[in-house]
Design a protein around this ligand. Structure first.
Ligand SMILES: Cc1ncc(COP(=O)(O)O)c(C=O)c1O
Length: 457
């Protein structure tokens, strides 16, 4: 079998700054043991997120140079709108500066007290926007997804029986819409099968409940469907993505992932009345409906990126890169969420650091250890992110898992970077017994992980 190579040449480079372990220990202290507070210049391999960190193509930069920056009715908007409409089939395409702005507008309109929004797993900003509106964000992912080691080809699937039970319990009037996040970032970048998308759509629509996709990683999800659902083996990623959207009434989208762009997003939907309300809110918070908080050059980059991301060679390489990293760390004995997802590997921090109780934030401790050993920046997806102190008792609740996500930016790092990364993970694993836990010394009331301060427990 021949190697799957990066399907691009490198035309522009950015130097990486190397640091010593002593320097990194000081950097960690200055950043209160929170990777979000580390200066990017001090990071050797930045795997904090795959969001907004893609390398753009020559075609994207070229399109940006010819953008039409008119306030209203810009040519760039119509190009963007056409691209998104051809892909998704939705009637109304409303640009936003990023995904969470689309979420905020949507849930300000349909959320509120007494409402519940089911999803496989809500991403943190989606959950926060729903809860901020007064509604409940309900996770109904299949049980297999809750156990990192369990193998399942579509661990992002939603449990249909629990969805039906939720509708029966609450009544359709309390559920303004249902969602699926593709791929399911929170539980490991795991894909959702077309069969599950169809079943969720059928179930919701039988009760008159609209169905929305959180479509940030629609192309990676389409690739998994092609690989793992025999019915789709000979279909193109574009055809598969189009079918995914065809079962929905709308979508929120962050172009910072499968838009291959550094900023941008949209809210897309078919409902005329809701679209009108959304545009009115957009004008209040984001901008006029033909730019929605973006420069026209960003709309151009997105329009090109959303086509490039569906290239089979690109998706094959993207998938191979994650599989290659997963195989290397797995062979060294490190437990990860299996099978690996589409944009990252997720290390099971509780298995990596069994001597640390969950009260000592093993995920956050492992993030810091990886930075100290190799200058690698990852992010905790566990109790620092999803746990919270109970308002009345101040007793902390903890997440079901403590994972460390190492997200691979798109088209940025080469195979030797991935080799270096795997070596540093295994080096950290060799020293795992000496890794100490952490405690929180400061936290904000919402989305605390972004700004929290930690100190050694
Ligand atoms: C699944 C998912 N939904 C929504 C968002 C929010 O998008 P943005 O960061 O553009 O606001 C993200 C971002 O990481 C995500 O992964």
């Amino acid at each position: 079998m021949s190697s799957i190579i990066e399907p691009f040449k490198i035309k522009m480079v950015e130097p990486i700054r190397f640091t010593t372990r002593e320097e990194r220990i000081a950097i960690l202290k200055r950043a209160h043991f929170n990777p979000f507070l580390i200066h990017a210049e001090d990071v050797l391999l930045d795997l904090l997120t795959d969001s907004g960190t893609s390398a753009m193509s020559a075609a994207q930069w070229g399109a940006m140079m010819t953008a039409d920056e008119s306030y209203a009715g810009s040519r760039s908007f119509f190009r963007f709108e056409k691209t998104v409409r051809e892909l998704t089939g939705f009637k109304h395409i409303i640009p936003t500066h990023q995904g969470r702005a689309a979420e905020h507008i949507l849930f300000e309109l349909v959320g509120g007290g007494g409402k519940t929004i089911p999803n496989n797993n809500h991403f943190d900003t989606t959950r926060a926007n729903i809860e901020y509106s007064g509604a409940e964000a309900l996770d109904l992912v299949i049980d297999e997804a809750r156990v990192p080691a369990t193998l399942h080809p579509f661990k992002g699937n939603l449990d249909i029986a629990r969805l039906e039970a939720t509708i029966a319990r609450l009544g359709p009037a309390a559920i303004p819409l249902g969602m699926l996040t593709v791929t399911n970032n929170t539980s490991g970048g795991q894909p959702v099968s077309m069969a599950n998308i169809r079943a969720v759509s059928r179930t919701l629509r039988a009760h008159g409940i609209p169905f929305f996709l959180d479509a940030c990683r629609f192309a990676e999800n389409a690739w998994f469907i092609k690989l793992r659902e025999p019915e789709f083996a000979s279909r193109t990623p574009r055809e598969i993505a189009q079918e995914m959207f065809s079962y929905c009434d709308g979508a929120t989208f962050s172009g910072k992932k499968d838009g291959l762009s550094n900023i941008g997003g949209f809210l897309a939907l078919n409902d005329d009345r809701l679209a009108e309300q959304a545009r009115n809110l957009l004008i209040l918070t984001e901008g006029f409906p033909t730019y929605g908080g973006l420069a026209a050059r960003d709309l151009e980059a997105l329009a090109v990126g959303m086509n490039e991301v569906l290239d089979e060679r690109y998706l094959e390489y993207r998938h191979a890169c994650i599989e290659y990293l997963a195989a290397k760390v797995r062979s060294g004995g490190v437990a990860i969420v299996e099978p690996p997802g589409g944009h990252a590997i997720y290390i099971d921090a509780r298995a990596f650091l069994p001597h640390l109780p969950i009260e000592k934030y093993p995920g956050q401790a492992l993030v810091c250890a990886l930075f100290e050993v190799g200058g690698v920046r990852g992010v905790e997806i566990g109790s620092a992110m999803f746990g919270k102190p109970h308002a009345a008792t101040a007793v902390e609740s903890f997440a079901a898992n403590d994972l460390v996500r190492l997200a691979i930016p798109r088209r940025v790092y080469t195979q030797s970077h991935v080799d270096y990364l795997a070596e540093r993970i295994l080096e950290t694993y060799a020293e795992r017994d000496s890794i100490r836990g952490l405690k929180i010394s400061y936290q904000a009331p919402l989305l605390r992980h972004f700004t929290a301060h930690f100190e050694p427990a």
